[in-house]
Design a protein around this ligand. Sequence first.
Ligand code: TXA
Ligand code: MG
Length: 311
Amino acid sequence: MKIDLSKAVCIIQSGHVVGIPTETVYGLAADAFNLDAVEKTFRLKGRPSDNPLIVHICSTDQLKMLAIDIPESAYQIAEQFWPGPLTLVLNKNHRVPDVVTGGLKTVAVRMPDHPLTLELIRQTGPLTAPSGNRSGQPSPTKASHLHEDYKGELPVLDGGISTIGLESTVLDLTLSPPAILRPGAIDPAEIFRKTGIQVTQISSGSSASLKSPGTRYTHYKPNAIVEWIDTIPATFLPDIYYIYHTMNPGIKKRNVISYQGNFEKLAQNLYDHFRTADHLSYRKVQIECLPPSEKSHLIGALSDRISKAIG
Ligand code: TXA
Ligand code: MG
């Protein structure tokens, strides 16, 4: 059900969960310092208890409530990228309940770039928020996705479409050198360009990727089979949903989508396409193979999410 900001504040303060908009994807928000409320989030989402949550803040002053031994690099990066689609992993302050971090000694923190959610956090304090989807499924990028997923029973603050559409970059600053555990809209090149800080990218099958518990679980999967495709077929089958990024197949059909090189728009709509494919009972989603990641900073993140949906 749709609620306004003051209602969202009341619900959070009374220990319940609210769907919130962010620029990446919608989240399931709860008071980060309320153990029962955080546990409710895990139950609602069907999330394994060893997969930790990101804590959302509205000012860098709140970092000290959540983390200790905060390196200078965290402030340099925050200055350039917050509010924005970047999560920092830091050493955890003992005040943060262990359930938030799945028992880890580190905590993930980000400042989302959405005016409604920033105002909510100003009034409630830091909020845990995993992506709002049920575990394993595509993340929600619209309030209506959360209404579908929770059969209209979840109170949701509607902040429009998530402009980025893919989850935040997760950067672990407790590793040396700092490492990206999950690719997102902000990539190592941009971090280096804006801060001079060199970060590495952990590839998802490596043993170091065990640092990011989320990478152990299946993700972003619609019910339809997802596949890469490298050529335009001679005929388009009615039970396949086709997503192209470069070519204009010169055909107007509801199941043939073409992005003409606009990777931002493709990222914004990817999960919505997965959901539409399921609503309309398509058997498969075929996505044109992506070009090398130098072409756009989003390609690494898109390729990560699509590969996980392929499974
Ligand atoms: O864009 C986003 O980050 C969205 C919005 C709502 O902010 N949230 C999101 O949360 O994607 P979630 O829970 O779906 O993904 C969080 C990821 C998981 O892969 C989790 O394992 C990782 O962050 N994570 C959380 N805490 C961590 C920690 N202390 N160390 C390493 N990875 C951590
Ligand atoms: Mg998620």
